[in-house]
Design a protein around this ligand. Sequence first.
Ligand SMILES: CC(C)(COP(=O)(O)OP(=O)(O)OC[C@H]1O[C@@H](n2cnc3c(N)ncnc32)[C@H](O)[C@@H]1OP(=O)(O)O)[C@@H](O)C(=O)NCCC(=O)NCCS
Length: 182
Amino acid sequence: MIAETLSLAGDKLTLRPFTLEDAPRVQELVSNWNVASMVARIPHPYPDGGAEEWISGHNERRASGDSWPFAIETKKAGLVGTIGLSKTDGSSMEIGYWIGEPYWGNGIASEAARVLVEFAFDILDIEKLTAGHFKGNPASGRILTKVGFLTVGEDKRFCLARGEELDCIALELTAAEHRKTR
Ligand SMILES: CC(C)(COP(=O)(O)OP(=O)(O)OC[C@H]1O[C@@H](n2cnc3c(N)ncnc32)[C@H](O)[C@@H]1OP(=O)(O)O)[C@@H](O)C(=O)NCCC(=O)NCCS
């Protein structure tokens, strides 16, 4: 059993569980078209109380093994974004993330992804990670390929903020492929 309070340390950031005290900060960072329009499930405009409701569900989802959501925190700026894993089927989980726009371009998502991938394979013993990014989001593709994800196809995914389906690149990383790169 993995502690629900588990935090993961990187060089310049920590991944830790959210608390309700984080809600105003999440609300502030996520109420941004440039973030919401690049992910599948964040509405825009973001509803009042949305962050509190989202964080309130974390303990239950973590306890059931359905998801592992982490706040990304840096010493300098505090909470700057989120990264997490959600169960897709018995043996695989999907990785998802966003960084608040003022903090883009500092290597934060790249490092958070590296830490989370190690956690998924070394601690959770996941067989396969999946990921997807909209075609218009090459920065996300770059983050995923840097940690070893390989493109496996294309599909269409609904973007809640845009209210339409968008072309999406699908990627995967298996535990076996990950071991080869270490
Ligand atoms: C995509 C996102 C997570 C990137 O976060 P970040 O902390 O700025 O990312 P990093 O600084 O770690 O790395 C970005 C990488 O993309 C590259 N990049 C940036 N813009 C790019 C572009 N237009 N084309 C190709 N690569 C690009 C950068 O050069 C960097 O790669 P490098 O380290 O090899 O130089 C952030 O912009 C974000 O949250 N966007 C909105 C939400 C989102 O897209 N979430 C992911 C959904 S799949």
